[in-house]
Ligand binder design. Structure first.
Ligand code: C2E
Ligand code: MG
Ligand code: MG
Ligand code: MG
Length: 283
């Protein structure tokens, strides 16, 4: 199947394709160029300790500096990258760029754990764990400064495979977070047995935490579960002081969201780190 051949083969338009297939093809070819021409960039969004207001980490979020369309968010191209088999290459690039950046910051005395999102196709590759270890070594990054974010559906797929991929990295100090937690269908008994370190509470619940009783109950339940399992929690999508106050009351560990900062380029992140803590919003 031509569309799934992946790699660097340029795909050609066939008259039988409809307009959206054509657009997709254009996007895929441009994305191949983007990888080759260094048009991808990583932005960083701070994760803040709810108790102290300190920056305790950064999530690496890929962006595409498109030559004509401007800065594109992952929602505009990650799906296409998955379909045309480019996600492996893009994922490897993001992992390397993020580890390199974190290692450089560590050398400057800025120890910021970096969290990298990994897609299903990337995680399911036989060589995943090995390739991450190689990257850590090449970049000279302490594995304790790397966190890998997996969505709930990836984490739930095949327990034995997940453990096989996670354990060797975890043994070296890499931690694992379940992203968008609460939106999937995890079995509770399964979760208690899996080697994860962090639950990231999905934005949809954080958004409702201040006014919607049901969202609040979900947040409370996730936090109680995390506490019992001795896992850390990150509340994502925190936009208001009210949400933050409630999350603090409920005992969430870290908060991430526009209240503190949007995802920003590396140099702006450094500036954010260097600003006095009082300048950051902590309710
Ligand atoms: P995610 O991993 O759940 O990342 C959080 C998303 O929420 C980011 O969107 C971030 O900009 C956004 N966000 C953070 N705080 C707030 C807030 O307070 N309010 C609102 N409304 N949004 C907030 P972004 O950067 O567009 O990324 C979207 C998704 O794309 C990510 O969701 C992740 O699943 C995926 N993604 C991003 N970078 C990568 C990557 O390098 N590899 C892979 N495989 N996926 C990635
Ligand atoms: Mg994430
Ligand atoms: Mg998320
Ligand atoms: Mg999300």
């Amino acid at each position: 199947h031509a569309k799934r051949s992946g790699g660097n083969a340029v795909q050609f338009f066939e008259p039988s394709m409809n307009q959206s297939a054509f657009e997709r093809l254009v996007l895929e070819n441009e994305l191949r160029e983007a990888v080759k021409e260094d048009q991808l960039v990583v932005f960083y969004q701070p994760k803040i300790c709810i108790e102290t207001g300190e920056v305790r980490g950064a999530e690496a979020l890929v962006r595409w500096l498109h030559p004509t369309a401007g800065l594109l968010s992952p929602g505009a191209f990650i799906g296409a990258a998955e379909e045309c088999g480019l996600i492996g290459e893009i994922g490897d690039w993001v992992m390397k760029a993020s580890c390199k950046q974190a290692a450089e910051w560590a050398r400057q005395g800025m120890n910021v754990p970096i969290a990298v999102n990994v897609s299903a196709m990337q995680f399911e590759r036989e060589s995943f764990a090995l390739s991450v270890m190689e990257t850590l070594e090449q970049c000279g990054l302490d594995p304790h400064l790397l966190e890998i974010e997996l969505t709930e559906s990836i984490a739930m797929k095949d327990p034995e495979r997940v453990i096989e991929q996670v354990q060797p990295l975890r043994d070296r100090g890499v931690s694992f977070a379940i992203d968008d937690f609460g939106t999937g269908h995890s079995s509770l008994s399964y979760l208690t047995r899996m080697p994860f370190d962090v639950f990231k509470i999905d934005q949809s619940f954080v958004r409702g935490v201040a006014e919607d009783k049901h969202a609040r109950i979900v947040v409370e339940t996730i936090l109680a579960m995390a506490k019992a399992l001795k896992l850390k929690t990150v509340a994502e999508g925190v936009e208001t002081a009210e949400q933050l106050a409630l999350l603090r009351e409920e005992g969430a560990t870290l908060a991430q969201g526009f209240l503190f900062s949007r995802p920003i380029p590396a140099d702006e992140f450094e500036a954010f780190m260097n600003q006095p803590m009082g300048a950051r919003r902590t309710a």
